[in-house]
Design a protein around this ligand. Sequence first.
Ligand code: MYR
Length: 131
Amino acid sequence: TFNGTWKAERNENYDKFMEQLGVNAVKRKLASHDNLKLIIQQDGNKFTIKESSTFRTKDTEFTLGVAFDYTLADGTELNGSWVCEGDKLVGKFARKDNSKELLTTREIIGGELVQAYSYDGVDAKRFFKKE
Ligand code: MYR
């Protein structure tokens, strides 16, 4: 289950990933230790994600398989959806400004929530520990 409060602990290749997205160096530096916390609540096909970081707090609700709009902390707008594949959540989003795909997955590995990201040939991961 994804339910719980998850705090970002470490990143893999996240700086390169953000660079590919076009995030400038100053913001990337801040974003690399943004104290991101996700409070995830799943009720059947419905998810509520309460996100908080040094940049903002944001509540997002979505239903698996149903597309929704989501704005990144830097203002980049996405549209897409999450689906469930086995024990994995798979998110397929596209940037509204250039239509390029942003793929992301969430899975629990060894008690950690691992979120993987892929954009324009660059892959990254963030690892979250349960609070
Ligand atoms: C959610 O489930 O938390 C809401 C929808 C997430 C959409 C995809 C998130 C990609 C995040 C990329 C971070 C890049 C930072 C510049």
